[in-house]
Design a protein around this ligand. Structure first.
Ligand code: AMP
Length: 397
């Protein structure tokens, strides 16, 4: 199957060719015809499956006909980075269509957004909070909206956007096409989907479990040796980009500083940074200026950086969903990737939960030549001893 069979507008097809996409990914294959036919769609897909183009292409096709200068499509995304990424995809795929998109999110001035929103855009990619500000001030006109997309709906819910989303929904024309994408389907997202979608076609790609192209490994360690162990892992991780996750903004900032001192080109991406700094960190990581990016879950959500060879969980995530999303940053579009997690004895219950979801045990690894200092707590001591015995091949990388 090729993109030609969708009979997309020639300008949209030109965008597909210019990005070098040859064959549609499974989510594109399943959802593009349904969206082109005007159906509401519930898309269950992990990040990295090509779901952005799955909704952007039919939207560009639709907007290629009809009026310009009116906001006809609204895409809601949970984070600024994701909004920028979708905006960039629209720019790439829609290069020759003349269709314009504008991002709307907080942390930057309102006025430049207002200017663009005034008859200068057909697509708005927005985070809920700032969109509500514009709606409140009457600086955005959504009365001609034809398509609504909710991307990463589960993350929106996790971030507490449900109330804002409901307020936004009240302000939209009732007759419209609705598309909802989510990696997982907790009850609250199901409720939202039932409320928004009319006779939806459900499209599911793979199980909502971690990507199969990623190989997983656990590195048992005492909590006070995490940074030293991470340093060793980074030294042995080749030349690819490495995304490191921490539990809190503060830990992300501090760890990035420590790694920088150890001689690793590192930036941090966390919510305490200004929008400019966030963009600079991400761009630096994308272009390879910083090989390592230390991030929190929220900051890194949905980020698509090709060439991420390793995701390293410096801190264990709190939920299986967060683990899935984090490791979804590597192994994208069929590339192989490694997902390493540093685990202390207190992380054991979460390890078990993740293993249950994966349906297999995750390999425990230890690093040859690394001096595991006797951990402080008895729990950690037993844990390291057991890991040492169970690690396949003994002490090895
Ligand atoms: P997404 O899941 O939308 O974040 O997309 C993941 C990556 O796959 C992005 O880098 C896209 O540019 C890329 N991609 C999307 N569709 C295709 C395709 N049909 N062929 C090759 N790459 C694609």
């Amino acid at each position: 199957m090729t993109f030609d069979s969708f009979q997309l507008h020639p300008h949209v097809l030109a965008g597909v060719k210019s990005l070098g996409y040859l064959t549609p990914t499974p989510i594109q294959h399943q959802s593009i015809p349904a969206i082109l036919a005007g159906s509401d769609v519930l898309g269950l897909a992990q990040t990295g499956t090509g779901k952005t183009a799955a909704f952007v292409l039919p939207i560009l096709h639709r907007l290629s006909q009809g009026p310009r200068g009116l906001i006809r499509a609204l895409i809601l995304a949970p984070t600024r980075e994701l909004a920028e990424q979708i905006h960039t995809t629209i720019g790439g795929l829609g290069r020759t269509t003349g269709i314009r998109s504008t991002t709307v999110y907080g942390g930057v001035g309102m006025q430049p957004q207002v200017a663009k929103l005034r008859r200068n855009t057909e697509i708005v990619v927005a985070c809920p909070g700032r969109l509500l500000d514009h709606l409140g001030q009457g600086t955005i006109d959504l009365s001609r909206l034809e398509v609504l997309v909710l991307d990463e709906a589960d993350m929106m819910f996790d971030m507490g956007f449900l109330v804002s989303i409901n307020k936004i929904l009240d302000r939209l024309p009732k007759k419209r096409q609705n598309l909802l994408f989510s990696a997982t389907m907790p009850d609250q997202v199901k409720g939202l989907a039932t409320k928004i979608l009319q006779h939806p076609i459900t499209v599911q790609v793979g199980k909502p479990a971690p990507a199969a192209t990623v190989s997983h490994a656990l590195f048992p360690v005492g909590s006070d040796q995490k940074t030293t162990l991470l340093n060793q892992l980074l030294q042995g991780s080749g030349k690819g980009s490495v995304l490191v996750f921490t539990k809190t903004k503060h830990r992300a900032k501090r760890l990035a500083e420590q790694l920088q001192k150890m001689g690793h080109g590192t930036a941090s991406l966390q919510g305490n940074l200004s929008q400019n700094k966030r963009q600079e960190a991400l761009e630096g990581f994308r272009t390879g200026r910083h090989r390592i990016l230390v991030a929190t879950d929220i900051a890194a959500r949905g980020i698509d950086v090709s060439g991420v060879s390793h995701v390293i969980n410096y801190d264990m995530p709190d939920t299986v969903e967060a683990y899935t999303h984090r490791i979804g940053r590597t192994g994208r579009a069929d590339h192989l990737g490694d997902a390493f997690t540093l685990v202390t004895s207190t992380d054991e219950p979460m390890v078990k939960t993740i293993e249950r979801t994966l349906g297999k045990k995750i390999e425990r690894r230890t690093i040859e030549g690394f001096t595991y200092v006797a951990p402080e707590t008895a729990g950690d001591r037993d844990f390291i001893r057991a890991a040492r015995q169970s690690a396949r091949g003994g002490w090895r990388r």
